[in-house]
Design a protein around this ligand. Sequence first.
Ligand SMILES: C[S@@+](CC[C@H](N)C(=O)[O-])C[C@H]1O[C@@H](n2cnc3c(N)ncnc32)[C@H](O)[C@@H]1O
Length: 295
Amino acid sequence: MLSYLHGYHAGNFADLHKHAALWLILTHLRKKKKPFCVIDTHAGSGWYDLGSDQAAKTGEWHGGIGAAQAGKNAPEMLQDYMDHVSRFDPITHGREYGVRDTDEYAGPFYPGSPFIVREMLRDEDELVLMELHPRENETLYHRVKRDPRIHLHKRDGYEGLVAMMPPAIRRGLVLMDPSYDVKQDYQRAAHSLQSAWDKWPTGTFMLWYPILEDGFDADLRKSIGAIKSQGGVLCAELAADHGGAKGRMRGAGLLVINPPWQFDQDLDVIGSWLAKTCKLPGPGHHTTRWLVPAE
Ligand SMILES: C[S@@+](CC[C@H](N)C(=O)[O-])C[C@H]1O[C@@H](n2cnc3c(N)ncnc32)[C@H](O)[C@@H]1O
């Protein structure tokens, strides 16, 4: 059963941390002329209206992108990404971005992972999206169908990823961003990433996970930390130091297999600024550590 809808959480501190990391990796991939591919196994609906009822119900974005936009002295390497978010306005693109005459929009808008990657794609690059939720998939379909570089599949992201390995374009990134609304997501994510990495050991893989009081994040770190990749496995966490209500997120983490050079340092600068600037459930900080050192 798919009950999670990202519209309630888009732009919160955890989304921002993940998307800033995504932007860093894409910036690195664009440095070489050779084409790259991105596979986004849990794509969501592509972009979000922060003026919608969904977003208003939780108000989470105010403590994330809202706080960051109002914050002072943002690190230089976050600037490009922040500019992209501030400029992002699907209405000006109309049907090309899947804007429908029948829907009402309020704005401001926030790009999800598909529209962050889209911004960074060159003509020769490719983006593969998987989204299983029927309504989210349909919305996303209308938003990406006019772009020949983007291929959307309505299929299970864990199985789909393994079936697609290795990709025809051998440089690139897998983003796995499950909703963790069922406990099995932890195990399925770990198995899928292990199998995919076996078939594509030079790819970069980034897995997002929540840090909850009663979560299973330690199991994930153990499983992914057992992948002895030459490029190493990095763990980056943005979290409040204590507590958080039961079932509520205390923070969020990223596990990155084969991260680009100096990604750990850049993300730590960004994450430390986010820890000071965003609204976490309490005072917190950012940490980066290598679960498997790069050779
Ligand atoms: C956290 S949201 C994705 C957000 C998006 N990656 C972003 O950063 O903007 C997770 C999405 O995964 C979808 N989903 C859940 N289980 C899935 C599965 N097994 N395969 C593919 N998509 C799935 C949900 O419907 C939801 O839209």
